[in-house]
Design a protein around this ligand. Structure first.
Ligand code: ZN
Length: 104
């Protein structure tokens, strides 16, 4: 399976997995119970993924998480913060550097 295709499936399933996690957490389930439920309903999905708390919005998420640099130097951030905060910050940094270089 092509990487882009695998990534598309992952992006599609992640909100469903997080909805399942949220529901089970509301019911007081522990991490092991939740991980087992994910493995049962989304076979193969949980491999390599863990629970983490997004360093930008403090939401608890399940997944690989994303590198939050340059906004934070440690921890992981969620998909939403990655798309709405981290990536735009990186783009504006690259643009600012390009403008500085053009003015030199
Ligand atoms: Zn977040």
């Amino acid at each position: 399976m092509a990487l882009a295709q695998a990534r598309a499936i992952y992006q599609q399933k992640l909100p469903l997995v997080n909805a399942l996690v949220f529901t089970l957490e509301q019911e007081g389930a522990d991490d092991e119970t939740i991980t087992n439920a994910i493995n049962e309903q989304f076979p193969g999905f949980a491999r390599g993924q863990t629970f983490y708390t997004c360093v930008l919005c403090d939401h608890r998420e399940f997944g690989f998480g994303n590198n939050p640099a340059p906004l934070r130097q440690q921890g992981r951030c969620c998909e939403e913060c990655n798309l709405e905060e981290v990536i735009p910050t990186r783009i504006s940094m690259v643009q600012a550097e390009a403008e500085l270089a053009a003015n030199e």
